[in-house]
Write a protein that binds this ligand. Structure first.
Ligand code: MSP
Length: 655
């Protein structure tokens, strides 16, 4: 079994988690899940970076003991992992004693290598980024990374002989061309190293909230020296036991650090240099993603333009948030976070593409084969079936390759190509027409089987990104989870009994304007505190007038939906009424319709009709009716049901 050690940055606890932190964590989680599906032994680590001046000051502002403050905010990051279904194996805090032991050990080893000396630091420091900024790099006197103010420091400091590692680092980059992904980020670091390296200040004396330097407790370690070693702490470094030693040997050589692009230098330059000095191997890979932008700037607490992940969980749900974030941002590039973007992808990719597929593929098996997967022999496949099976194979290979390359957005595109293929296959096959003639039974069986089998593969392929949706699809298909190692077309068992059909992603019929006040990304003024965002005032009702025309808003109040008739029976003692059980995209509902003079109940089962879905319940002949079917009647004639294309899924909105 091969191993995989996957890490996120450990997050500063000076502020609450937002979409930016959520993203890296979800990205690393999707990769961890994909590797487990490939049969790998994964160790997935995340946590919080709790030392440094920034945290000390944030605690003072909050009027709390630093340790109490740290517990509180670290707890919020731990909660984020629970909220986002993150499958981490450990959550590390740099204030834990196991970490003090590890960081001190690295310091001692580096010191023994002769790479630490005492000096005096005089220069600029950015507390937001916890970095020393050379005078020449200031932009109008401000930090070049965050644009914030820098402070002048003059204090005794220990230095790390970074300059000594210029050539070893360049050699490492030369010998490991895939060390940093995307490759252009490695070129940037290489250019920086080639320009010459200055020794690095690695201790501070002007505050206390840090790990004391071994042998000189007036100094605390520079927060990055402390923080980077967390990746070893979690493996049990320094190996006090055979078990820890085995763990380090097993996982360390496989590590991939997922980070944002602003901390590449710390990971691809400082970290390998510290490790080389301590006699350890640099990490295997660093994957640096781009920034989420909001209002044109990097989403960041210091700018105040942050989106709360909790709002999006509430409005769109976990799977949709994970899907949006991982689909929208191609690896290494920046992307915009907006309500409009989330809403559009929700309704197009989720409600429409995958939602329709799930509804069609499962409803057809219920309707035409009593909820049981029919047998569909391989040798009876026709051209369309063979093409679909080939597309499944192509998608599986492409998704695996893209996950292996950490290109989750591309893997989702591959999956959606398959979803669109099978949706088209169903439309081309017209199972609703095939079902009308029993001589088509074989082709119908192939159609039902292949659609459901493709859906099984799609559930497996979306699992790393949407674990919950994958489980729900499987429940509808009546099957269990399966690893990627044996994933291929045609393994769904004929005779499998399907579970109940439920809508996977019901369309969200809200406008971006209506979302205002529920979410935080549509704030037109990025410096406004999101939580203070007011809900939009309701539009005053227009004054009554003689004009009987209605506005589009009035029309939209009527919720017209496509529904499938599941059952129909005459209402005893009534000449006109029929009691229907219909599927309108959610729980089956009862509607009593005045159409008995025009239709026999048995003529209605399986029909696709249109209903008013948001009518208040009414009792007719003692039966509660929840909705109204739409029918047209010529003057004095019998009603005819409004017919719509059979391929429309139950629940589709009519407007
Ligand atoms: N504590 C350091 C990391 C130490 S790792 C040994 C740190 N913490 S942080 O809280 O500032 O988190 C930075 C990370 O959060 C980024 O590298 C990125 O992973 C994520 N993001 C924070 N804001 C982000 C965006 N606007 N967009 C994308 N990711 C963002 O740096």
């Amino acid at each position: 079994m091969s191993e995989s050690f996957i890490t996120t940055p450990i997050y500063y606890i000076n502020a609450q988690p937002h979409i930016g932190h959520a993203y890296t964590t979800m990205l690393a989680d999707a990769i961890a899940r994909s590797r487990r599906l490939m049969g790998e032994d994964v160790f997935f680590l995340t946590g919080t970076d709790e030392h440094g001046q920034k945290v000390e000051r944030a605690a003072q502002r909050a009027g709390l003991e630093t340790a109490v403050f740290a517990d509180r905010v670290s707890g919020a990051f731990r909660q984020m992992c629970l909220d986002l279904s993150i499958s981490n194996d450990d959550f590390i805090r740099t204030t834990e004693s196991r970490h003090y032991t590890a960081a001190k050990e690295i310091w001692t080893r580096v010191q023994k290598a002769g790479d630490i000396y005492k000096g005096e630091y005089e220069g600029w420091y950015c507390t937001v980024d916890e970095i020393f900024v050379p005078e020449a790099q200031l932009v109008d006197g401000m930090c070049p990374t965050c644009g914030g103010t820098v402070e002048r420091l003059k204090e005794e400091s220990y230095y790390f002989r970074l300059s000594k590692y210029q050539q070893p680092l360049l050699n490492w980059y030369r010998d490991h061309p895939d060390f940093v992904q995307p490759a252009f980020r490695l070129n940037e670091v290489r250019a920086f190293v080639e320009a010459g390296l200055q020794d690095l200040s690695i201790s501070r004396t002007s505050f206390q909230w840090g790990i004391p330097v071994p042998g000189d407790p007036r100094h605390v370690m520079y927060v990055w020296f402390d923080a980077l070693t967390n990746y070893l702490t979690a493996l049990g470094f320094p190996s006090g036991s055979a078990a820890a030693e085995e763990r380090i040997a097993r996982y360390w050589p496989t590590v991939t650090h997922f980070i944002g692009k602003e901390i590449v230098r710390q990971h691809a330059l400082y970290w390998p240099a510290f490790l080389m000095s301590a006699g350890l191997t640099p990490p295997r890979r660093i994957v640096a993603h781009g920034f989420w932008l909001m209002g044109g700037a990097k989403m960041s607490k210091s700018l105040g333009n942050v989106a709360r992940y909790q709002d999006y969980l509430q409005v769109f749900g976990l799977d949709a948030l994970r899907y949006f974030a991982l689909r929208e941002m191609p690896l290494g590039q920046d992307a915009n976070f907006s309500d409009e973007g989330v809403l559009t992808r929700f309704n197009a990719d989720l409600a429409n593409d995958i939602g329709n597929l799930v509804s069609r593929a499962t409803t057809m098996v219920h309707r035409y084969r009593g909820g049981e997967i029919p047998d569909a022999p391989q040798d009876k496949r026709q051209a369309l079936d063979l093409e679909l099976d080939a597309a499944i194979g192509v998608a599986i290979d492409a998704v695996k390759a893209n996950f292996a390359a950490c290109q989750v957005s591309l893997a989702l595109q591959d999956t959606w190509t398959l979803i669109r293929h099978v949706n088209k296959y169903i439309v081309e096959r017209e199972p609703w027409t095939l079902a009308k003639d029993h001589t088509n039974a074989d082709v119908l069986n192939q159609t039902l089987y292949r659609s459901a089998d493709t859906l099984r593969v799609i559930a497996a392929l979306v699992e790393p990104v949407m674990p919950d949706a994958a489980g729900r699809i499987r429940r509808m298909l009546g099957i269990g989870a399966e690893p990627w190692t044996a994933l291929k077309a045609g393994t769904l068992q004929p005779g499998t009994r399907l579970g109940a059909v439920e809508p996977l992603f019901p369309r969200i019929e809200k406008t971006v304007e209506e979302l205002r006040g529920m979410t935080t990304a549509n704030d037109p003024n990025p410096t406004t505190q999101p939580s203070a965002l007011p809900a939009q005032a309701p539009t005053p009702a227009s004054a009554p007038s003689g004009d009987m025309r209605i506005s589009i808003d009035d029309f939209m109040k009527v919720e017209l939906r496509v529904a499938k008739v599941l059952e129909a029976e005459a209402v005893p003692k009534s000449k006109k009424l029929i009691k229907l059980k219909v599927d309108a995209g959610s729980e089956p509902r009862t509607i009593v319709a005045g159409i008995a003079e025009a239709y026999q109940p048995e003529q209605l089962v399986g029909r696709t009709i249109v209903i008013v879905a948001n009518l208040k319940p009414a009792r007719l002949m003692g039966i509660e009716s929840n909705g109204m079917v739409l029918a047209a009647s010529p003057e004095g004639g019998l009603p005819t049901l409004i017919a719509v294309d059979e391929s429309l899924p139950a629940g589709a909105r009519v407007r």
